[in-house]
Design a protein around this ligand. Structure first.
Ligand code: PRP
Length: 215
């Protein structure tokens, strides 16, 4: 695919983050030609032709940016920590707010379960947390719907993202411990930051209007 020299291609995690990111860009006059919540298109230009949003699976967003096919991206910090990606993480945004938590059935004393089993999409983050707490555990990697693991007895607990808490509630689970707060971050390809600095800076200035100073 051709990449016009001043076109900025932005990898954005599909779903809630994409919806919030488009809303935020819209407030600064960057409007897209399709509704990201309903379209099945994966590459969506803005009305000026200066930007393209590329809708990606959250865990793949850093790869598109690292490989340089997208100049920058908006993705949860959890994904960056998990992937250890070779991209610049420039600043946090006030969108995609959630928390990484240990969750399970109410009353599960996960610190005192010999041979603790933990299911997670975020195995590195789970391992780092558990080892920092001196907790030995078997970690089971899943790619989604992790709440199923403790319900079906495949694990004692999960380490997962909690945003509204609805998924846990509707599946009879609770937060047992919050590990840390998370929000989306703005990431940039290392070469693109030099070669397209002027255009990326414009986008950065727009997004910084929404920068979360707590992160
Ligand atoms: C995430 C997360 C939880 C859910 C939490 O999953 O893994 O399952 O959202 O959100 P809530 O607290 O607002 O209910 P996602 O929707 O990305 O789907 P997945 O399970 O297929 O990864």
């Amino acid at each position: 695919m051709q990449n016009r020299s001043n076109l900025i291609r932005l990898a954005v995690a599909k779903g809630r983050v994409a919806k919030e990111a488009v809303k935020m860009l819209g407030r600064f006059g960057i409007e897209f030609t399709e509704d990201v919540s309903t379209t099945r298109k994966l590459i969506i230009p803005d009305k000026t032709g200066n930007y393209e949003i590329v809708l990606v699976k959250p865990s793949d967003a850093p790869t598109y940016v690292e490989e340089g096919v997208c100049d920058c991206g908006i993705v949860g910090r959890d994904i960056i920590v998990e992937n250890d990606s070779d991209v610049f993480v420039l600043f946090s945004l006030d969108i995609g707010k959630c928390a990484l938590c240990v969750a399970g059935k109410e009353g599960t004393d996960f610190r005192n379960i010999p041979g603790l089993k933990v299911a997670s999409k975020f195995v590195n983050s789970a391992r780092n947390f558990l080892s920092s707490q001196g907790i030995e555990a078997d970690i089971i990697k899943l790619n989604g719907s992790v709440e199923l693991a403790p319900i079906l007895g495949m694990s004692d607990v999960i380490v997962d993202i909690v945003e509204t808490g609805t998924t846990l509630k509707e599946n009879g689970l609770v937060v047992l411990e919050k590990i840390n707060d998370i929000s989306s971050v703005f990431i940039v390809n290392k070469a693109a930051l030099k070669t397209k600095y002027k255009d990326i800076k414009i986008l950065m200035d727009i997004l910084r209007g929404n920068e979360n100073e707590n992160n």
